[in-house]
Structures are given as structure tokens and as C-alpha cells.
Design a protein around this ligand. Structure first.
Ligand SMILES: C[S@@+](CC[C@H](N)C(=O)[O-])C[C@H]1O[C@@H](n2cnc3c(N)ncnc32)[C@H](O)[C@@H]1O
Length: 383
């Protein structure tokens, strides 16, 4: 496959390969997504929404943010009443979900709203710029670039589709041995993958999680995701972390029928597996290993409360009531919105594809509304 995409990025990749002979797939993905100014996420281009490459939930309807807000307010009342409270979103993108969360708290819980500090942590300068415009009317909102800048948090930290956008290592199993995938170039432009002995931390990750990859499998190992989760976990003093994303526990992620892994590219609402084309122009993403986030979270004092999916979470928090009131209204716009809301809970669709991992710290045996009823503990839900 020919290396193609933004000239600036192709030059960077070529010069690294000229110097070092190869670059790891992880480094390639880091350049493609986050190279300053030209990476997919760091450049000035619409990525999320109708004119972009994919939709995220808050582009469809504010209900997800509204029900998250409802969940956060229950947490405030039960575990933080009278205390200061922080609501932090990491990887907040264009800021739509944060807008729905803040807007809903302001409207429905004005007395609590004044006690809350909102913080948005977003790596992309382009997305930070968009957010600052969109959310300019909220005074109690602070913008950060990196998790390391966060103060100690008492409250809730959440993310939506953050961990799927983190650069991953690629590994391949051949004759029962695990190799890391590097890339090099033939004749200056043809990408050739090379397999090399992986560093010790990839092997210890697999061992720590008890993962035995089937022979012949190519898959991704997201060491940066567990590093980020641990960094976030260390910032949390008391409260909850909600991680919303697509992905599975290890037991499902490494089943033989997923022997090509889950890395995928999105470009103008179509997906492909040509990672080396359109570099910097298309998104590259992978499914999240939720067993890893849960297990590595324990190393920084996070306990896992539950692992659920969007459908169960939203229904527990009252999505059905919202649907009934829309049907009662009976007008065309309400009917249209009801249809939109239904897509958020469809089995085999967004309802099951999107999972929610809830971790906590500094609270005894918490119980929260969004986890009242959980999905059955099949391999897709057993961490
Ligand atoms: C797939 S987008 C999702 C955006 C948004 N949460 C939504 O649902 O529309 C992922 C976002 O995470 C940001 N991001 C990636 N790594 C990050 C990090 N370490 N800290 C903060 N933001 C990060 C990216 O710049 C991007 O805006």
C-alpha cells in the first residue's frame, strides 16, 4: 500500500524512516492523529458531525448529556451534599456534550450549579478554540490542554470516545510468538510492515491481563490508554470516573474471529482499513479494552463499580419517560425526536455498541441510578 496523505506528515514519516530504518505503528498513528498543526486531530478541520468523518452521540441529541447531568446530580446529593464539586470532561472535542451537561445542570439544578466547577481537558488546539466559542457564556468553566494540569478532583470525571482515539501499538502473533509491527518504505513510498521483538511492557501487559492471543491474530495494544487512565485516576481524590466508548473486555476482544483486530479508519462517514492512506486526513481508531482500564485503574486506587452499555444506562436514568412524553405530545417534531432517541438504545446499534465503565474512589459501596439494571454477564460484559 502506498503512503499518501498530507505532504507535511508524509515528509515527517519518511525522514524518520530514513534515519531509523523503521517506525513503530504506534509512532505512525501518533503522527497521523496528533502531529502539531497537521495531525488529524490537531489541524483546523471539521472531523465530527455532518461535514466531518463521523458522528458522536452529542451531535444527535442533547439527551445523553441531560441524563449524564441527572446522574451527576444524584451523585452530588448522595455523596457530596454541601461540598464543592467538580465536573471534568476529558477529550471534550467540539464541546457539545459538555454544553448539554452544563446547560442541563444550570436549568434544572440552579442551586447546585453555583457550587460546581466545570473543567474541559482537550488536547487539540482546534477543538479548544471551537469550545471556547461555543461555551463562552459559562463563567465557571476552565479549559486545560493536558490531564497533568488538572488539580485534585472531588466529583466526576467523564469522557466520551476519548480512549478510542489514542495511538496504539500493533502486534501480530506468528508461531505462537508475539511480534510488534513496525513500518518501513520500499522504493520510497510503498509501505512494508516488519515484525520485531516487542518491548517488555507489551509482554507484561498481556501477562498482567492474562491474555493469550490466538495464532495468526493481528491486533492493537493500547499502552497509552492505560497510562492515561492511571493519570486521570491519580487526579481523582473522591468520586467517579465514567468512560463511554466502544470496546469490549479482553474475553471478547481477542476471540479468534477478530483476528484482524479492531483498528479502523473513518473518512467522510465511510470506514476503511487503509491506515497508510490519507494520513492526517482520515481518523484512525480502535476498540477500547475495558478489562485493561478496570485492572490498571486498581493500581491507582480506582474500584470498578460496573460495566454496562448505553442502552441500560440511559433507560435506567429515564429515557423511556422522555420517549413517552414525546409520544404524548404527538406533533411531528416530537415524533421525529422520539425516533432519534430510540437509535441511542437500539440493540446491535448504539445502545449496545457503546459501553460505560464506572470506576470510583473514596466512597463506601456507592449505588447509582444509571447502574440499577445491568446487562447479562456474557463475555461482552464480564471484565
Ligand atoms: C473521538 S474525539 C471525541 C470528542 C468528544 N468527546 C465527542 O464525543 O464528540 C476524541 C477527542 O479526544 C481528544 N484527546 C485525545 N487524547 C487526549 C488527551 N490525552 N487529553 C485530552 N484530550 C485528548 C482529541 O483531541 C479529540 O478531540
Amino acid at each position: 500500500m502506498k503512503l499518501s496523505g498530507k505532504d507535511e506528515l508524509i515528509r515527517v514519516i519518511k525522514s524518520k524512516i530514513e534515519k531509523e530504518g523503521v517506525i513503530s505503528f504506534r509512532e505512525f498513528m501518533e503522527i497521523a492523529l496528533y502531529y502539531p498543526e497537521y495531525g488529524y486531530y490537531t489541524s483546523d478541520k471539521d472531523k465530527i458531525g455532518g461535514f466531518g468523518d463521523y458522528f458522536t452521540v452529542s451531535e444527535l441529541d442533547p439527551i445523553f448529556g441531560q441524563l449524564l447531568a441527572k446522574q451527576f446530580m444524584e451523585i452530588y446529593r448522595e455523596y457530596f451534599s454541601g461540598e464543592d464539586f467538580q465536573v471534568v470532561e476529558i477529550g471534550s472535542g467540539k464541546g457539545y456534550l459538555l454544553q448539554d451537561v452544563i446547560g442541563s445542570i444550570k436549568e434544572n439544578w440552579p442551586d447546585i450549579f453555583d457550587r460546581i466547577t466545570f473543567i474541559s481537558v482537550e488536547r487539540s488546539p482546534y477543538h479548544r478554540k471551537l469550545q471556547q466559542k461555543l461555551l463562552r457564556n459559562f463563567n465557571n468553566l476552565f479549559y486545560l490542554e493536558d490531564v497533568s494540569e488538572l488539580p485534585k478532583v472531588r466529583g466526576v470525571i467523564y469522557s466520551n470516545e476519548l480512549f478510542d482515539a489514542i495511538p496504539t501499538y500493533m502486534v501480530r502473533v506468528r508461531d505462537e510468538k508475539v511480534y510488534e509491527v513496525y513500518i518501513t518504505l520500499k522504493d520510497g513510498e510503498e509501505v512494508v510492515e516488519e515484525e520485531r521483538v516487542p518491548p517488555a511492557d507489551i509482554l507484561s501487559y498481556l501477562k498482567h491481563l492474562g491474555i493469550r492471543l490466538p495464532d495468526g491474530m493481528t491486533t492493537e495494544i493500547n499502552l497509552d490508554a492505560v497510562k492515561l487512565l492511571k493519570e486521570i485516576g491519580l487526579k481523582l481524590e473522591k468520586g467517579f470516573i465514567f468512560t463511554v466508548d466502544y470496546g469490549y473486555p479482553s474475553a471478547e476482544l481477542y476471540k479468534p474471529y477478530r483476528n484482524r483486530g479492531t483498528l479502523i479508519c473513518y473518512h467522510r462517514h465511510k470506514y476503511n482499513e487503509n491506515y497508510y492512506e490519507n494520513v492526517g486526513i482520515q481518523d484512525i481508531t480502535s476498540h477500547v479494552n475495558f478489562s485493561a482500564l478496570s485492572l490498571y485503574g486498581e493500581e491507582v486506587g480506582l474500584k470498578t463499580l460496573a460495566f454496562t452499555d448505553q442502552a441500560h444506562f440511559l433507560i435506567n436514568l429515564g429515557l423511556v419517560n422522555e420517549l413517552s412524553s414525546l409520544y404524548e405530545k404527538g406533533d411531528y417534531r416530537s415524533y421525529e425526536r422520539a425516533n432519534r432517541l430510540k437509535t441511542l438504545v437500539l440493540p446491535k446499534g448504539m445502545g449496545e455498541k457503546f459501553k460505560i465503565l464506572v470506576q470510583f474512589k473514596g466512597i463506601e459501596n456507592p449505588r447509582i441510578e444509571g447502574l440499577k439494571v445491568l446487562p447479562p454477564k456474557t463475555d461482552r460484559y464480564r471484565l
